[in-house]
Structure formats: structure tokens, C-alpha cells
Design a protein around this ligand. Structure first.
Ligand SMILES: Nc1ncnc2c1ncn2[C@@H]1O[C@H](COP(=O)(O)OP(=O)(O)O)[C@@H](O)[C@H]1O
Ligand SMILES: O=C(CO)[C@@H](O)[C@H](O)COP(=O)(O)O
Length: 514
């Protein structure tokens, strides 16, 4: 038996899948929700709430604790000594700031004490800004001005200077805590941090996740000197190397061998971002398939035949772990906005679904701009949702209509904001926590006028890691793996009903966002 393992450290949980690539089987899965299992970090939804000035941070020790809990759980379900290759992914853009102790400590992890205890003293910044952080508007402007404007930043890096991207975050840290920045000798992404810990060495950053930093040049897929210079002094020395997604970063280190029973010399393929990994796990790594992920964020992405960036400046280009690039649009008001509406009416998911089922397509013209925190697609300041459509609805007195207005509003916004990708969306491949909800999936089908399919294996981020490990370390064929592991759940296919073209609701939505 030769298994491969894929790890997914996303916003709210650390999950994994073990597959047997030769037998075409899923062997085991495990997941640890940060908020539920690690309440001591004060992050019920995976991040520390109520940060000042738009800051949204998480504690990297929480990610380490969760990794250990998750591997313990996984080890109870399958024999980890049979794992012959590993890879994984992290939520994108988040950054971990490490001091001079880091290289020594990570290379000599002691199996008798937890990772968080040993690596805590290596943090030059106690907590990590994550993708929801919007505190760097000033720094975005400064970087763009230094480089010659947003268009120039976009041409170089695939995105204009964006608040949650790592470069602006690094610049802000260097300004607000110059001593902390001076003590920082290495800055990792969530993905490269966890890959480093697993290998017991300082791992590189892959082009998939690296492109979410406003620091990587899409022309040569390497650090861009002009952007580095515009971002912070001495930045190049603080960043790891950039590599393509098939690079092997090292092998599973002694700590994990002793604690969890991994074998010696198990290669670890460089980790990537959760969305690039999901691209692989959804069987969408060659152009032609559109993926919508309904995780904490909602994202819409696709592999592209050539680099395509958003003229409006809200969308992004990331590296495709299988080569080339992918375009992506991210919506901050995803699952947490749906949860906010559900909670406002004291509903559970079943009642939320029933509300969708009992209301008509188009909602009689009632539509919500469901921005419970400032949105990034499009960029808006407001953290109050807007209800348009009349009477009781606008005073939040029609729960069912409000639920439909929220979900339709989300997909209407997604449809408008992703037109720049010029994709034929006959089928949408849906993944992420909310994708299991058939009624939410039905709204996606109706608004896009496209068939919606989920895959039999739903954990696409982790699966992408296990598939990437099999390709780069075992020489497996990605096409063959996709044929076996990325099968659509045909019984769960949802077709559009065609009851509305949503044109009037889109018009109302656009008018409301101004
Ligand atoms: N039945 C459901 N209907 C709608 N949304 C759901 C349902 N079950 C879970 N979710 C949503 O899934 C989200 C988590 O998705 P997940 O993909 O695990 O997030 P992430 O990968 O960002 O950590 C939760 O915030 C929750 O709102
Ligand atoms: O910021 C982005 C993509 O640019 C987010 O999609 C993060 O990568 C978080 O992903 P989820 O935890 O919501 O999957």
C-alpha cells in the first residue's frame, strides 16, 4: 500500500485526506475545527474578532495545535506509516513573522513537546494577519505610488495593490512595529510555514500562493525587485525562494515520524494556497472548468490559457500549481454573511434551506446587498447590508425573503464581478462548506443559468494536495488521477430552472452599491 496525504489549513479548520492513488481509493479523512476544538485561542470562526482598524489576525500556534490534533485523529483512522508522499495548502495571503531562532528550532523539533510550545518563541509577531484583514489601504496607496500606479502593480503582480495581500501587510508591520520587523528574519505564508514545519526546514513558496502577495512578477514567476523595494527595506532577505508547484521541499521530519508514525524519507511537495489546491482537487487544472468555492470566502476561479487580469482591479491572477495561471475573484461576505442572516432569524441550516425552497426565483424583486463587513468585490466601505424591494422586507420582517435575497444577492454579485474572465459557464463545479446545501446550489444554478455539480470527494483542497504529492513524488499522471478522484456526483447534479434572468435584480443591486 502506498498512500499520499493532502493537508488543508483553511480559515476555519485543518483537514486532511489520505488516498491510495494506485487503487483509486480514498483511505481516510479527518478535520479539526479551530473554533470548536481550540477555544483557548479566542477565534470562534478561525480569526480573532473585533480587531482594531480593520485588522483580522489569527494565532499561528492555533494552526500548529490543529495540525497535531488532526494528525492524531487521522492516525486513528489509517496507518500513517503507509504514507509515501505529502503535500498541502494554506488559506491564502496570511503571513507568519519569524525571528532568528526559527531555522535552528524548526530543524531540531523535539517530539516530547508540542509544536506550538517549541515554535512560539520563534514568532517575531505574536499573531498573523490573514486574508480578511483590511487595515492596509494607506500602504496599498504608498506601494502603488512608488511603483507608478495600480496598473503597473497589476501588470507586474497580477493584481493591483490589495489590502489583504502579503506585501501591503508586510509594509504596514514594518511601519507600525519597526523593532518587530527588524527582529524578523523570515516571513512565511501560511502554506510555506506549515510545509516548513512538516519538513523541519525552511521551505520555499510556490507560485500559486506567492502570486497573492503583490510581490511576485508574473513575467518570470520570481520576486519582483521593484515591488520588493516599494514594500519594505531588506525584504528580499526575509523571503524564502519561489518555486513551481511540483517542487519537492524536503521530507517529513523526525518530529512527525516519532509522534505520528510517518516513515523515513517521505517527500513533501511544496504547499500552495487553498484555492490553487482546490483547482487541482476539482479536476480543473486545465482550462475549461469554472469552480465556485463557498468556504469562509466565496471564490470563483478557473485555470486560464494565458494570464488574464481584471481591468477593474478587484480580481487576481495566481499561479496554477500544474503550470500556467488561474484567475480568481474573492468575496469576503461568503459563508459568514449567510450565517449572519441565518442567525438573525434564529434559524438552523435546515430552516435556512426551507426558506430558499419556499420562495420564488427572483424573489419578487427583493434583493439584498449582503455586505456585513466591507466587501472586496466590489470594494465598499459599508458593513451594513442593504435590503431593496419594499415594505416589511426592508425592515427585516420577512425571514424567508431575506434569506433568498441574501443568497441571490451573493450570486448576482458574483456573476457581475466575474464577467471580466469571459468564461462560458455551462457547468459550475461547486465546493466548500456551503456547497453541500442543495438549496444554495440551486440558487447558484438559477442565477448563472448553468448546471451545478459537486464532486463525490468534497474536500477538494486536501484532495488537491494528495494528488499533487502523487504526481510530483510518485510520477502519477494528473489526468488519470482526475479521472478517478474528481468524479462528479451525478445524482446531485442541479439544473437551472430558468424562472428569472435576474436582470432587474442585478440592476437594483448595482444601483444600491452605487
Ligand atoms: N448546510 C449548510 N448550509 C450552508 N452553509 C453551510 C452549511 N454547512 C456549513 N456551511 C458553511 O460552511 C462554512 C465553512 O466552510 P469551509 O469550506 O469548511 O470553510 P474554510 O475552508 O474557509 O475553513 C461555514 O462557515 C458554514 O457557514
Ligand atoms: O483571500 C482569499 C483568496 O484570494 C480566500 O479565498 C482565502 O484563501 C481563504 O479561503 P477560504 O478559507 O475561504 O477557503
Amino acid at each position: 500500500m502506498s498512500y499520499t496525504l493532502g493537508i488543508d489549513s483553511s480559515t476555519q479548520s485543518c483537514s486532511a485526506i489520505v488516498i491510495d492513488p494506485a487503487a483509486g481509493k480514498v483511505v481516510a479523512e479527518a478535520s479539526v475545527n479551530f473554533g470548536e476544538r481550540l477555544p483557548k485561542y479566542g477565534a470562534p470562526s478561525g480569526f480573532i474578532p473585533d480587531g482594531a482598524d480593520g485588522e483580522v489576525h489569527s494565532d499561528p500556534r492555533m494552526w500548529l495545535d490543529a495540525l497535531e490534533l488532526m494528525l492524531e485523529e487521522l492516525g486513528g483512522k489509517c496507518d500513517l506509516s503507509q504514507v509515501v508522499a505529502v503535500s498541502g495548502a494554506g488559506q491564502q495571503h496570511g503571513s507568519v513573522y519569524l525571528n532568528e531562532r526559527w531555522p535552528g528550532v524548526v530543524a531540531s523539533l523535539n517530539a516530547s513537546s508540542p509544536l506550538a510550545e517549541q515554535l512560539g518563541p520563534c514568532l517575531a509577531r505574536e499573531t498573523s494577519p490573514i486574508w480578511m484583514d483590511g487595515s492596509t489601504t494607506v500602504e496599498c496607496r504608498e506601494i502603488a505610488d512608488a511603483v507608478g500606479g495600480d496598473r503597473e502593480v497589476c501588470v507586474r503582480s497580477g493584481s493591483i495593490a490589495i489590502e489583504r495581500f502579503t506585501g501591503p501587510q508586510i509594509r504596514r508591520f514594518s511601519k507600525i512595529d519597526p523593532e518587530g520587523y527588524a527582529a524578523t528574519t523570515r516571513i512565511h505564508l501560511v502554506s510555506s510555514f506549515l510545509c516548513s514545519v512538516l519538513c523541519g526546514t525552511d521551505a520555499p513558496i510556490d507560485t500559486g500562493d506567492g502570486a497573492g502577495m503583490n510581490l511576485l512578477n508574473l513575467g518570470n514567476w520570481d520576486w519582483d525587485e521593484v515591488l520588493l523595494e516599494a514594500t519594505a527595506d531588506g525584504l528580499r532577505d526575509r523571503l524564502p525562494a519561489v518555486v513551481q508547484g511540483d517542487h519537492v521541499a524536503g521530507s517529513v521530519c523526525g518530529y512527525f515520524q516519532k509522534r505520528f508514525g510517518f516513515g523515513a524519507d517521505v517527500p513533501v511537495t511544496v504547499f500552495t494556497g487553498d484555492n490553487p489546491s482546490s483547482l487541482v482537487g476539482m479536476g480543473a487544472s486545465t482550462p475549461g472548468k469554472v469552480v465556485v468555492s463557498l468556504g469562509t470566502s466565496d471564490t470563483f476561479f478557473a485555470a486560464m490559457p494565458e494570464v488574464l487580469s481584471d481591468p477593474d482591479g478587484c480580481g487576481h491572477v495566481f499561479g496554477n500549481p500544474s503550470g500556467g495561471s488561474m484567475s480568481l475573484q474573492c468575496f469576503i461576505n461568503g459563508s459568514l454573511a449567510r450565517e449572519a442572516v441565518k442567525d438573525r432569524f434564529g434559524m438552523g441550516w435546515d430552516e435556512f434551506s426551507a426558506a430558499l425552497a419556499s420562495t420564488p426565483e427572483g424573489n419578487g424583486g427583493k434583493v439584498m446587498v449582503p455586505f456585513f463587513r466591507p466587501e472586496i468585490s466590489p470594494r465598499t466601505e459599508s458593513s451594513e447590508p442593504v435590503l431593496v424591494g419594499g415594505g416589511d422586507f426592508e425592515s427585516w420582517k420577512e425571514p424567508e425573503a431575506a434569506v433568498r435575497a441574501c443568497v441571490e444577492g451573493q450570486f448576482i454579485n458574483m456573476r457581475s464581478r466575474t464577467r471580466w474572465m469571459k468564461l462560458e459557464t455551462e457547468v459550475i463545479y461547486l465546493t466548500g462548506g456551503a456547497s453541500q446545501n442543495d438549496e444554495v446550489a440551486q440558487v447558484a444554478a438559477d442565477v448563472f443559468g448553468a448546471k451545478v455539480q459537486r464532486l463525490v470527494v468534497s474536500s477538494s483542497v486536501a484532495l488537491g494536495g494528495a494528488m499533487r504529492a502523487a504526481c510530483s513524488s510518485l510520477g502519477a499522471s494528473l489526468t488519470e488521477l482526475e479521472a478517478v478522484f474528481c468524479k462528479a456526483d451525478e445524482a446531485g447534479t442541479i439544473s437551472p430552472r430558468g424562472g428569472s434572468d435576474y436582470a432587474a435584480n442585478e440592476e437594483a443591486f448595482e444601483a444600491a452599491i452605487g
